[in-house]
Design a protein around this ligand. Structure first.
Ligand SMILES: *Cc1c(COP(=O)(O)O)cnc(C)c1O
Length: 549
């Protein structure tokens, strides 16, 4: 919106993962989808942004099911013929060993330039650093983050890219800040740590994500020093940057909050949560809230956007016709994958999330007296997808449970394995309803609901993440649970489960089967009330107005 002609700061964006296209497997989930959409938005709207990431040889594992319905992970080497060789390599020191990083360029997906660092070279003993995305913790994770951060800054220098703002998307990228400090401290001016930090801070911004404490990575300081990630920084500097009360534990988020001039949370509610969560961190940047957005051309059917323009009777018919086509495509997709043929004329509810306890994918099954009859006669059909983290056994048990449910109700419950962008797109176009029931306020933002909403797939969601900003209950979707937060987790689950059943049986099901005109009106409202507000275009505008300035 008029930004194109101004002299905008040039931004280098650092992220561990990018979701640009389904079969380009350098992403795991929401963080990567956000980063991919961001780079596509930057390209569409001509913002001076480049991305830095890692060329994962295997990426995030594929997750399949064994014959007992237990998930297992499979990795394979991947090759991509569209990578452009920049001819640049940079060196980083890891455990005192030199590691070469080759720099590839990706521009093929309508994205701003993305530079990917790759350690898979014959001269590296540690070629595996860029092997598996989130495959390891501890030392190996630090090695990967050295490549991303320190290697990333060096790559920018070698490529001759001028940068005004370094944007760390999540704390993974923090070591880029260490390299920026090193440049100041070991450079011509030989600044002190304090002066270098003051200078570097002016150029760094940070986006914080998960509001779950354990989700914010930390490392013993000994480990950071042993790996050589600290560069010229002394222990006391590390303590100043990354420690809270434990002087041996370095938290990457804390470090990034203290190394940035501004930071942001990814939804308005998340802004409140993040400020509470990090209130004891002294000398940190203030956390403003910039709600995530999606790249509309990637996720939304243009035909449904066009159909939502008019409000004559034939326009509503057209809206339903387009949706019905997308729903049929989803039913066909599921039949091909799982051999189950859902009824296209009955309600389909989609749910796909990373399998982790707080997202409560099984909430809807918890009272069989209510849900069983609805599933047995196919009044409600449920389609699930999602992966567990490869090292998360609790998450795998959640998936095994969903698979068991699909066996118990074979005509009306489906689990799609190996959740990826293809499944994400099919579900958020073709379902009737998008269900979301995390324990509030643990969902930072959630972008799948935005995809659904713009496709006329009605959200049925707890008031968490982005949804409190968008929800007009009974008008463009539904909320349940009234944002009530209880101390006792069991009481919380019970409260939310009952609220879900009430909204489902008294509002969603009757509207779908008995009041089609209202349903179509809600679809139109869903699309029109979110189409710009939750687009990556709006998000980028706010990044420039609130973060990069
Ligand atoms: C959109 C998307 C996500 C992010 O969705 P959430 O709402 O944050 O769960 C994750 N993975 C894939 C494959 C997606 O398409």
């Amino acid at each position: 919106m008029g930004k194109k002609n101004k002299n905008l700061p040039r931004v280098a964006y650092f992220c561990m993962e990018y979701g640009l296209q389904s079969d380009f497997k350098i992403y795991a989930g929401g963080l990567g989808i956000l980063a991919g959409d961001y780079l596509k938005g930057a390209k569409d709207h001509d913002f001076p942004i480049v991305g830095l990431g890692i060329m994962w040889k295997q990426g995030y594992g594929d997750q399949m099911l064994d014959e007992n319905g237990q998930p297992f992970d499979a990795y394979r080497n991947r090759k991509y013929d569209f990578l452009k060789d920049t001819g640049v390599t940079v060196d980083v020191l890891i455990r005192n060993v030199n590691v070469k990083c080759k720099v590839w360029l990706v521009e093929k997906f309508g994205n701003a330039p993305l530079y990917l660092l790759d350690t898979d070279l014959p001269e590296n003993a540690d070629a595996w650093i860029s092997g598996q995305l989130y495959g390891w913790f501890g030392e190996e994770r630090i090695a990967q983050e050295i490549v991303l951060g320190i290697g990333g800054v060096k790559a920018l220098r070698a490529l001759g890219h001028e940068v005004d703002i370094y944007h760390f998307n999540e704390g993974h990228a923090l070591f880029a800040g260490f390299e920026l400090l090193r440049e100041q401290m070991e450079g011509e001016d030989g600044l002190s740590f304090k002066k270098a930090l003051k200078k570097v801070k002016k150029q760094v911004v940070f986006t914080t994500h998960t509001p779950i404490v354990q989700g914010n990575e930390s490392h013993p300081i000994d480990r950071i020093e042993y790996m050589g990630a600290n560069l010229c920084l002394k222990r006391k500097h590390l303590v100043k940057l990354g420690c809270l009360d434990d002087e041996n534990l370095f938290n990457m988020t804390v470090g990034a909050l203290r190394m940035s001039k501004k930071s942001n949370a990814v939804a308005q509610l998340h802004g409140e949560t993040a400020n509470k969560m990090w209130k004891d961190v002294k000398k940190r940047s203030s956390i403003t809230a910039i709600t995530n957005g999606i790249h509309v051309p990637t996720w939304v059917d243009p035909a449904i956007l066009a159909a939502a323009e008019g409000k004559k009777e034939q326009d509503f018919d057209k809206l339903w016709e387009v949706h019905y086509k997308n729903k049929k495509a989803l039913v066909g997709f599921i039949e091909k994958r799982n051999g189950v043929k859902l009824d296209v004329n009955k309600l389909i509810i989609g749910f796909s999330r990373r399998a982790v306890a707080y997202k409560r994918s099984d909430l809807i099954f918890r009272n069989p007296k209510i849900i069983e009859p609805l599933l047995k006669n196919q009044t409600v059909q449920l389609v699930f997808s999602g992966k567990a983290h490869p090292l998360d056994d609790a998450g795998k048990a959640i998936i095994a449970n969903l698979v068991a449910m699909s066996k118990k109700y074979p005509k009306s419950v489906v689990f799609l394995t190996d959740y990826d962008m293809t499944i994400g797109a099919a579900l958020t176009r073709g379902a009737d309803v998008w269900l979301n029931n995390p324990v509030r306020p643990k969902e930072a933002s959630g972008t799948s609901g935005m995809k659904a909403s713009m496709n006329g797939v009605l959200n049925l969601s707890i008031l968490d993440g982005w949804w409190p900003e968008a929800c007009e209950h009974g008008v463009n979707g539904w909320q349940f649970g009234d944002a009530k937060e209880l101390e006792d987790p069991a009481a919380q689950d019970l409260h939310d489960m009952n609220a879900l059943y009430k909204t489902l049986t008294e509002e969603v099901v009757p509207t779908f089967y008995e009041n089609q005109p209202k349903w179509r009106k809600m679809m139109r409202k869903s699309i029109r009330s979110t189409n710009y507000q939750f687009s990556v275009e709006r998000m980028l505008e706010e990044y420039y107005d609130l973060l990069y300035c």
